[in-house]
Design a protein. Structure first.
Length: 230
């Protein structure tokens, strides 16, 4: 954690008063489960808090920044900013993926690059920062990391990967595209869904998300990426 603490101070001017909060934020459930005898805390509760703080701050920002936009447009922008894919990108922008503690199985399966894990990590960090220094510190951090991309217009349009996939697959004629949930985990307030997308009965790819819709979008995005690579 010392390397992470140095990075946070150097890059963002953040110094945690309670380093245990930071350590918990960067501890995945897979690591805690593999070390049960040590009674290690994982980051799911902090993720829950961070999600709420993030929703509030982004909502407040968008409300003030775009006084003429209707509620529907603001909701779409917010959903794009706080979606799993975006949050995973912010984690990578901050270099957080190098510091998360993962179980051996999760590490071997590529968990350090998985959007679900990185998105949750970003929210957990926000939750830890809120508990340690208050919501104003979280807002300052978001102004450094997230808001510049919003100002640049990166989230004016919502990406619809399902529609893009449908258009690509059906360019030469009708194709039956379907999505099915193959796994559902987590408590009611923090569900994780895993979805498979198929075309004419053939599985194309899988995706994970905090809702069925997000998981479907993630599966469609992966399928598109695979098709573009040939």
């Amino acid at each position: 954690m010392q390397a992470l603490e140095k990075k946070l101070q150097a890059d963002f001017g953040i110094v945690f008063k309670d380093s245990s909060l930071l350590e918990t934020a960067f501890t995945h459930t897979s690591y805690a489960n593999e070390h049960r005898l040590l009674n290690i805390s994982h980051n799911e509760r902090l993720e829950f808090l961070g999600d709420a703080v993030l929703q509030l701050l982004i909502s407040r920002y968008l409300f003030a920044k775009f006084p003429k936009k209707p509620e529907g447009d603001l909701s779409k922008m917010r959903s794009m900013i706080v979606r799993e894919e975006s949050l995973a990108g912010f984690s990578k922008d901050c270099g957080f993926e190098s510091f998360i503690k993962l179980g051996k199985g999760e590490e071997k399966s590529g968990g350090r690059d998985r959007e679900t894990i990185l998105g949750d990590l970003f929210e957990a960090f926000l939750g830890a920062l809120d508990l340690d220094q208050g919501i104003s510190a979280v807002e300052k951090f978001l102004n450094q990391v997230m808001i510049p991309k919003v100002e640049a217009g990166d989230y004016e349009r919502v990406k619809d990967y399902k529609t893009a996939l449908q258009e690509k697959l059906q360019v030469n004629g009708p194709v039956q595209i379907s999505y099915r949930v193959i796994n559902e985990t987590g408590p009611a307030h923090n569900k994780k869904f895993e979805v498979v997308v198929s075309a004419d009965g053939q599985d194309l790819s899988q995706g994970q998300g905090k809702s069925k819709k997000l998981a479907e979008q993630a599966a469609a995005k992966t399928a598109l990426d695979q098709l573009r690579r040939g």
